[in-house]
Design a binder for this molecule. Sequence first.
Ligand code: SF4
Length: 311
Amino acid sequence: MNAHEKIVIGYLLHPRGYCFGVKRTVDMLDQVLKLYKSVYVIEDIVHSKLFMDNALARGIIKVHSINDVPDGSAIMFSSRGISQKTLKKADEKQLTVIDATCPVVKKLQEEVIDKAGEGYVVIIIGNRAHQQIATLLGSIDSDDVYVVNSEMDIDLLPSFDGRKVAYFTQTSLFPGDIRKITDALKSKIPDIIHGRPDTEHDVCAETLDRQAVIAEIAPTIDLLLVLGASYSANAMSLVRCGLSNNIKNVIRIDSREGIQKDILNGINSFALISSTSVDEPVIKDIENSLQNLAGIEYIIYPEIEGQQALA
Ligand code: SF4
């Protein structure tokens, strides 16, 4: 950097890196690979191509469905859960199940099952294609379960006159988006309740904390860099949060390959945050790559005790 080069301020937002649910999965995998030569998975156990490439090299075998897993093998499920139907199938095939379901997701699953058991119509706000929702659907023994992801989905719901109706939400959404859907639900079904008393959604604390720090820094920055996969609900919620807080530029990248040479052109200050499926070394790699493009003064945000350990 020469003496006249402009210094860009880069806020390193915390929390970042793996959430406790993903960290637990990663730790379990390390243990499991010591016990079994090969372990089957039917979805990415961590939403990170880098992680999965590494896991495949270490003995993980990814298959399309549980039917493709040889009888008697070991199978691992991610923090996003495992349905009762799948567990039954695993039992039939005498598979050793390694269940890394996040405790937050497991609790939600139990509460949804309870509510359906109490005779409620259950409406789940979330993405039907997401494993967490597929798991819920595969665990509830009721036809009265609906998934909505937009106001248009709500228009398609039947009438529930005279029925008790409760809603739950995916744990990795942006509450601003949830609110639009719950407002529309309440105008169609005035007596609908959230399945858990005293809360309005089921978004986990790990997700909310990251969104809160984005909202706080938003007026200070002109670029938010979100590190995470496009198929990570958590990463996309951080993007949604940045846009909703009127940050001028919000860019999601998976890795250093996603960094365009001109990404910091015209930028005075930016913030970097990661989704819950990104490991710390990947974030460090991004920080270093950005420093090759411009003079950057990094600031840990919020300033917290023990920041040396984070730096
Ligand atoms: S994002 Fe939240 S719910 Fe999902 S694995 Fe992490 S802690 Fe659990």
